[in-house]
Design a protein. Structure first.
Length: 144
């Protein structure tokens, strides 16, 4: 496998947002095919990748999902940069994904998958807008 480790922080943020959007698209396709376990997985990974994008703005990366989510809650939810209810919604999406992936007799439902997808969609929109704004501010500061 060839890895490309070149690019700016801005490139990384954009890449992670696009990855999140691709995962969300996959989740919607799986939902339409009544593959709810897979839809939960892809929607969760969409959330994880977009959260990783916002961390990249600060030059941070986490190897464990648990750490990425905890620090997002600490730095962006508790400070109310993003609405507090998203902290719970993200935690629920993580629990659903874990059950979908690892619990043998877990029955994923359409409404559950729709909920996780809605969380991913809203979070992508908010984080993308936030990241664009922050990158524009950083760019203006660098020109001064």
């Amino acid at each position: 496998m060839v890895q490309h480790n070149e690019g700016t922080r801005e490139d990384l943020v954009k890449y992670r947002i696009e990855t999140a959007k691709g995962d969300l698209k996959s989740a919607k396709l799986l939902l339409a095919a009544n593959e709810f376990r897979g839809a939960n997985n892809r929607a969760y990974y969409s959330i994880y990748h977009v959260i990783s994008a916002v961390h990249a703005l600060d030059g941070r990366a986490y190897k464990r999902h648990k750490d990425a989510l905890a620090n997002f809650n600490k730095d962006y939810i508790r400070t109310e940069i993003f609405p507090r209810p998203f902290g719970r919604r993200i935690a629920e999406a993580e629990e659903i994904r874990h059950a979908s992936d690892y619990d043998d007799f877990y029955l994923a439902t359409k409404s559950e998958a729709e909920e996780v997808i809605a969380t991913a969609e809203e979070l992508i929109d908010m984080i993308e807008e936030y990241c664009i704004g922050r990158m524009e501010q950083d760019s203006e500061r660098n020109r001064e």
